[in-house]
Structures are given as structure tokens and as C-alpha cells.
Design a protein around this ligand. Structure first.
Ligand code: ATP
Length: 351
């Protein structure tokens, strides 16, 4: 969309230490204009610290932050064309919705008529027309989150940073907001950088995902790449169920040494005999987890190790699947669904 050279965001050799804690341990990353980019990782992996350095709330210990070819590393937050939406909304409780949304424009001395019009547009974008007179306390959690979004969009930033913005919402609302947020991003075309520890959220919404672990990025890719071709055992386990064959189990079942990932939905439980390009392994059902549309079967393999298989409950009832516990079963999967996982030298990752 923009003709400016360079990516919307470029992080080069970015590091941040707090005393002896290395929160961000060296990050290089380009985020394209108009991209919906997620930073995914467990608590304490450094995502928020990276976001705060992009926003200007935190000064890097080393490295640079460049926004559309402009080095902003040492600029104050208000000197950067970015806005942040926080999990706790940070709305002004004594102001109505209209005043909350207009606030940033007022600070920048934008005239009243233009403020009115831009706030109305922003409220329409988040589908909250007619809510201008309400106080934040008279809104639901999802509506408050939308006001927070409108308050950021009204400034027309080039980049919007979102720090676990849906974290405080219940699951159903969260899922609705995921769809809406993605639609809004498409509509406004602003670069979104979205921090979350929820893998499903990242997979559903993002153009690309960076998976964080201990202050580093383990993998950057599209949702399908990260899910189907995990670059490390950590990514395989964090994005989806950790379904790994390692050591002697891998040798016995696959005839190969190494670490291999197989996604649970690719595994068939019993059913047709394996075809020529399928692999199978015998085991015993250790646990059955019925979850409405699907059931997860945790299976201890005769060759050692454990795999999870997910089956749709098309023909089966909860009683049928519960009866599978302790039963011997045969797991079968297509050879092409076995993904070799590169083994890193990181001593914390085991194997
Ligand atoms: P969460 O999902 O829990 O927010 P995160 O991945 O965003 O986690 P960060 O908040 O970036 O992680 O924290 C990374 C590491 O830096 C953690 O070990 C954290 O305790 C530490 N840390 C963050 N901010 C500070 C600070 N102001 N002072 C000291 N340590 C900090």
C-alpha cells in the first residue's frame, strides 16, 4: 500500500536485560507493511518487552528499532507513528466513549469538528455507532476492548501494537473478537503486531507468527508453516500438542533415528489396515478426553513413548469413546505427515 521503502518494522540485534535477566536475547525481524504479525510464546519469553521497545516504553540494551526506514530507537513513544492497545483497556472511567476516543486527537490539538468526525468513523469501524454517550462502566468487556481499539485507530497510526488484547475476555467473546479484529485489520490496512500466549489465537488471526522462547525467536512463518513444519521440538510442543517420536521409539516405529513430530489429527485410530505408504504402531489407550466435536486419545505405544490421536465424533458417542480406555489399538498415519524436527543444541530442550 505504501510506497515508502523498507519494512514497516525492522528489529536488528535487539536485546534487553533487566539486571541479570536477559529478557530479549538478540532479535532480528522484519514486519511488512499491512501485515498481521503475532508474537507467540509462553509467559516470560520476552514478547511484551519486544513490543514495549517498538512502542518506545523501553530502551533497548543493544540493537535498533526502525519504522519505515526511520531509526526510532531513541525516540519517545509520542514521536513514533505507533499506538498500543493493552489487555486492561486503560480507558478513562470518568469520560464517555466519545471523549475516550477523541482523547488522542485533543492532545494533538485537532479541531472539534474533525475530532467528532474521526471519532465517529473509528466507532463505526469497531461497530459501536451510537455508543458515544455511554461511560465505559456501562459496556461489556468486548465493547470496552473495541473502544480501546477505536481510541488507537482514531490516530491513524502506521503500526498498531496489541498486547494480549483479548486476554480478559471469556472464550466465546474472545473467539468472536478474533474474527472481528482480523476483519478490522483487513479493512484499515494498518500493520498489527499482536502479542499472545494462545497458539490457537495466533494460528487463526495471523499472516505470520514468531514463536518466542527464552528471549529468542525459535521460528518465524505462516500459521501453516509453524504448525506443519515446526523448526524445533519447542515449537512442535508449544504450537499444538507435543506429539514426538524420539530415541529408540523413533527407531522402532519409523526405522530412523532423530526427533519426529506427527500432528494428532493426522493419526487414525484402528479402522482400515495400513496402506503401502502408511506407518502404523500398536499401543494401549491410556486416557480418553471427550470434548464434544472430537475426542483425544492418549496412547502408550508398545515401542515405548506416547502419542495423542484426535478423532472426530462423527459416529461415536461419549459412552463409545469412554469404553476405549485400556483397550489395545492400532495407530496409523501417512508417511508424509511425519516431520523431522531439527534438534537444537540448547541443553534445556532435552532429548
Ligand atoms: P507474559 O506473556 O507473561 O507477558 P512475556 O513473554 O511478554 O510474558 P516479558 O514480559 O517480556 O515476557 O518478560 C521477559 C522477562 O523479562 C521475564 O523474565 C520478566 O520477568 C523480565 N522482565 C520484564 N520486565 C521487567 C522489568 N521491568 N524488570 C525486571 N524484569 C523484567
Amino acid at each position: 500500500m505504501s510506497t515508502e521503502a523498507g519494512p514497516a518494522i525492522r528489529l536488528s540485534g535487539l536485546r534487553k536485560t533487566f539486571g541479570t535477566v536477559e529478557a530479549v536475547a538478540g532479535i532480528d525481524l522484519d514486519i511488512a507493511d499491512g501485515e498481521f504479525f503475532s508474537m507467540l510464546g509462553p509467559s516470560g519469553s520476552g514478547k511484551t518487552t519486544v513490543l514495549r521497545m517498538i512502542a518506545g516504553f523501553e530502551l533497548p540494551t543493544a540493537g535498533t528499532v526502525t519504522l519505515s526506514d526511520r531509526d526510532v530507537t531513541r525516540l519517545a513513544p509520542f514521536e513514533r507513528n505507533v499506538n498500543t492497545v493493552f489487555q486492561d483497556y486503560a480507558l478513562f472511567p470518568h469520560m464517555n466513549v466519545q471523549a475516550n476516543v477523541e482523547y488522542g486527537l485533543m492532545v494533538r490539538k485537532v479541531g472539534k469538528a474533525e475530532r467528532r468526525q474521526r471519532a465517529a468513523e473509528a466507532l463505526a469501524t469497531v461497530r459501536l455507532e451510537g455508543y458515544g454517550d455511554r461511560k465505559p462502566t456501562a459496556l461489556s468487556g468486548g465493547q470496552r476492548q473495541r473502544v480501546a481499539l477505536a481510541r488507537a485507530l482514531v490516530n491513524r497510526p502506521k503500526v498498531l501494537l496489541l498486547d494480549e488484547p483479548l486476554g480478559a475476555l471469556d472464550l466465546k467473546l474472545r473467539e468472536e473478537m478474533q474474527v472481528e479484529l482480523k476483519a478490522i485489520q483487513r479493512e484499515v490496512g494498518i500493520t498489527f503486531v499482536f502479542v499472545t500466549h494462545d497458539q490457537e489465537e495466533a494460528l487463526t488471526m495471523s499472516d505470520r507468527i514468531a514463536v518466542f522462547n527464552q528471549g529468542r525467536i525459535e521460528q518465524i512463518g505462516t500459521p501453516a508453516e509453524v504448525y506443519e513444519r515446526p523448526a524445533s521440538a519447542f515449537v512442535a510442543g508449544f504450537v499444538g500438542t507435543s506429539n514426538l517420536l524420539t530415541g529408540t521409539t523413533a527407531e522402532k516405529v519409523l526405522g530412523r533415528a532423530g526427533v519426529f513430530s506427527i500432528r494428532p489429527e493426522k493419526i487414525r485410530l484402528n479402522g482400515a489396515a495400513p496402506s503401502i505408504d502408511e506407518i502404523s504402531a500398536a499401543g494401549r489407550v491410556a486416557e480418553v478426553i471427550y470434548a464434544g466435536p472430537a475426542t483425544r486419545f492418549v496412547v502408550d505405544l508398545d515401542a515405548g513413548g506416547r502419542l495423542v490421536a484426535v478423532q472426530q465424533n462423527q459416529q461415536t458417542s461419549s459412552a463409545d469413546v469412554a469404553a476405549m480406555r485400556e483397550r489395545p489399538v492400532r495407530l496409523t498415519w501417512h508417511a508424509e505427515h511425519v516431520v523431522a524436527v531439527p534438534v537444537s543444541e540448547d541443553p534445556l530442550k532435552g532429548e
